[in-house]
Design a protein around this ligand. Structure first.
Ligand code: PHE
Length: 343
């Protein structure tokens, strides 16, 4: 009897279960009516009265140990199952990601950023200024004489008359502010929105965007300007691009020129894009008129410089082959989504 108890106790102590079913089977085998422990209680009846007390104690202890063990195992397995349930009810890491739609930059921003980077790479810094300007910064400091017909070149939206306050017609006004506040060397570009009272059409708008540039130092020449603009043209339109400068007129530059680049579509022979000329007009430029330097507190005997200015819309129309400038202002998603990969 004692041996039987010892063997069963060893079995109970060694037992462990990997599943609730296994634990239950063990309980049935040991503790159920027909199980091994109740069977020992049957045998107990035939035990010699002298040994009963001790064996009875051992038998009770065996029963207790077995049922404690089975209960503990069941409890543990249930807790494990519960925690497994919780982790599977949490975020399901295997579901496909929820993609948020990616926005796209406006094509004018894309082109402006490219222009900015090209000049920043050779040491130009970006300067910005107000869109509502006084007459001095937009016209007078830039050598537009009072009542001079040159002011008609840029049909102006006036906010107030006498003294004149207007929406800036070009970002040259920003460069006047830069020259007034710092001495050469100056290398700056001013990107920004400008306003002109023009009828809206496929090729013109009353609001458009410019990047203007200014370089002032000792001994700056027209050749320096030409080289800088050639560098720009090749970075912007491709390394085979040629430039040509045609004489022009601006009140604030002397001499002044209009810069064309070789047509990047046909490469020269002529096509509908360049109107069969092989060239595309991109910007105005010239040597800063000494009067402008003096107006802004820079000694024109000591310093010289060049300036240039281009319309972002025109360049974007050329690069992306956009036929109607109004597309830039309509915010039609079918148009804008085509620039999703551009930055
Ligand atoms: N400010 C001129 C414009 O708006 C562009 C320009 C800038 C021309 C600098 C020459 C030099 O058209």
């Amino acid at each position: 009897m004692k041996d039987k108890i010892r063997t069963l106790l060893a079995k109970v102590e060694a037992f462990d279960a990997g599943s609730l079913e296994e634990a239950e089977a063990f309980r049935v085998k040991m503790l159920s009516k027909k199980g091994a422990i109740p069977a020992l209680f049957q045998d107990f009846k035939s035990v010699d009265p002298a040994g009963r007390k001790e064996i009875g104690k051992q038998l009770n202890a065996l029963k207790q140990t077995a049922s404690d063990k089975v209960n503990a195992i069941k409890k543990r397995l249930e807790a494990e199952a519960e925690s497994r349930k919780q982790t599977t009810q949490g975020p399901d890491m295997s579901t496909p990601a929820n993609f948020s739609p990616i926005g796209s930059r406006h094509p004018l921003s894309v082109v402006r950023n490219r222009i900015n980077r090209i000049f920043q790479n050779i040491g130009f810094v970006i300067s910005e200024g107000p869109e509502i300007e006084d007459d001095w910064h937009n016209f007078s400091a830039l050598n537009f004489p009072e009542e001079h017909p040159a002011r008609d070149m840029q049909d102006t939206f006036f906010v107030e008359k006498n003294p004149d306050i207007a929406l800036r017609t070009h970002t040259s006004s920003v460069q006047v502010r830069v020259m007034e506040s710092q001495q050469p060397p100056i290398r700056t570009i001013s990107p920004g929105r400008v306003f002109r009272n023009e009828a809206i059409s496929a090729r013109a708008h009353c609001i458009f965007h410019q990047v203007e540039g200014l370089y002032i130092d000792k001994g700056v020449s027209f050749a320096d300007m030409k080289q800088c603009l050639l560098y720009f043209a090749r970075e912007m339109f491709g390394e085979k691009t040629q430039i040509r400068l045609r004489p022009s007129f601006f009140p604030f530059t002397e001499p002044s020129a209009e810069m064309d680049v070789s047509c990047n579509i046909c490469g020269g022979p002529g096509c509908p894009i360049c109107k069969y000329s092989g060239w595309i007009e991109v910007m105005g430029c010239g040597m800063v008129d000494p009067n402008v330097l003096d107006n802004c507190g820079i000694d024109s005997k000591k310093y010289s410089g060049y300036a240039f200015g281009m319309g972002i819309e025109r360049i974007a129309m050329n690069i992306y082959q956009i036929k109607d400038l109004r597309m830039f202002f309509e915010n039609d998603l079918r148009f804008l989504r085509q620039f999703e990969s551009a930055w």
